[in-house]
Write a protein that binds this ligand. Structure first.
Ligand SMILES: Cc1cc2nc3c(=O)[nH]c(=O)nc-3n(C[C@H](O)[C@H](O)[C@H](O)COP(=O)(O)O)c2cc1C
Length: 361
């Protein structure tokens, strides 16, 4: 399905924004130059840090790109539970010879300051994770000439996105690597995440907006399946995390296809909000009792994750990855876009060979 969004780039392939230094300007530029939509991740950056990356990306490509923002989080954490978790992590701090972070280091991720920069210096696309911006914010971005996308993980969340006035919904299946963009973290719904193909079909029957499908997509054939189910484009994170231009730590990249890491799970161990990563020692030991407390736990574990990464220890880092991680290909990002586009074309030919109800009829 063509839309104002997909008219911006020739291939229906979006490189997911990946906070934590993964989706660097070089990655977004390579994807954009190859005909996909590249994304910068503003999460955990200052407004100025985000602006510097936008300027750098504009210097690398004249093609359209997107910037992703985290929504400010309501206060819902139980302070006592955060304190208990901090006690439980004391041994980790001693092992990595560092202090734990301050859990109260801010909960809005500089949202207003980042929005002000994006209104003063408009970019083609802005997407939002962890909630729905106000209609006023979406309208002011539209007036600035920016298309807006918001993540949803259920049909109800997709409806909220449409009602607020966004231009498209990113439907994120439970297979997805990194944080689930659930609008409100609720431990009672743990374990009820919806698989991508089922989610696209349900959301397609709930809202009329164009859909961008995310979660576990590693091959062009899966993009074809998502498009056939009703999406307009696919957003891939883990597949691009493995590429040469990605800023991911080398230990993280290698772990994706290392047979030591055979499973992914959703965990609150690192950040306090469900996020999917390769199961490692830290997740196994601390995941079972980590409290629902984002971003407090993110701040608390930040020095531990940094120290584990700088020591090359994959057992203490957040190895964010989607369920398809073993299919990762370490190609230049532009080449990955071309390979995915060729696989998509091939799969589309197969699909169109069965126009009337499938094989065998
Ligand atoms: C390392 C990593 C970091 C991520 N950071 C963000 C982010 O900053 N903002 C966001 O909207 N999504 C983020 N995501 C989620 C992606 O947007 C997307 O939903 C996910 O990567 C899709 O699943 P896949 O990894 O299986 O392709 C991240 C994913 C990964 C793997």
């Amino acid at each position: 399905m063509s839309s104002a969004l997909t008219d911006l780039f020739p291939h229906p392939i979006v490189q997911a924004p990946m906070a934590g230094g993964v989706s660097v300007p070089q990655l977004a530029a390579a994807v954009a130059e190859a005909g996909g939509l590249g994304f910068l991740a503003a999460g955990y950056k200052t407004a100025d840090g985000m602006y510097q990356e936008i300027k750098q990306l504009r210097g690398l490509t004249g093609r359209p790109f997107g910037v992703n923002l985290f929504m400010p989080q309501p206060e819902y954490a139980d302070a006592a539970a955060v304190e208990v978790y901090a006690h439980q992590l004391a041994g980790e701090a001693a092992w990595y010879e560092t202090e734990l972070g301050d859990p109260d280091s801010g909960r809005d991720d500089g949202y207003d300051a980042k929005l002000a920069v994006l209104l003063d210096n408009p970019v083609p696309v802005v997407s939002f994770h962890f909630g729905v911006p106000s209609s006023e914010v979406l309208e002011s971005l539209r007036r600035a000439g920016t298309l807006t996308l918001v993540t949803a993980t259920t049909p109800d969340e997709a409806l909220a996105v449409q009602r607020a006035g966004a231009d498209a919904v990113i439907v994120q299946g439970v297979e997805a690597g990194g944080h689930q963009g659930t609008h409100r973290d609720n431990p009672e719904t743990d374990g009820s995440g919806i698989g991508l193909l089922s989610l696209i079909a349900q959301v397609r029957e709930t809202v009329s907006l164009p859909l961008v499908a995310a979660g576990g997509i590693m091959r062009g054939s899966q993009i074809a399946a998502a498009l056939a189910a009703g999406a307009s484009a696919a957003q891939l994170g883990t597949a691009f995390l493995a590429t040469q231009e990605s800023g991911a730590n080398a230990v993280h990249k290698q772990a994706l296809t290392n047979p030591l890491f055979v499973r992914t799970e959703l965990t609150r161990a690192f950040s306090g909000r469900p996020a999917r990563g390769l199961v490692n020692r830290f997740m196994r030991e601390h995941g079972p009792y980590a409290p629902a407390a984002y971003p407090e736990i993110h701040h608390l574990t930040s020095p531990l994750r940094k120290k584990a990464a700088s020591s090359g220890d994959p057992q203490g880092m957040a190895l964010w990855a989607g369920q398809g991680h073993r299919m990762a290909r370490e190609l230049p990002a532009g080449q990955l876009v071309e390979v995915l586009a060729a696989e998509l074309a091939e799969a589309s030919t197969v699909l169109s060979a069965f126009p009337q109800g499938g094989a065998g009829r």
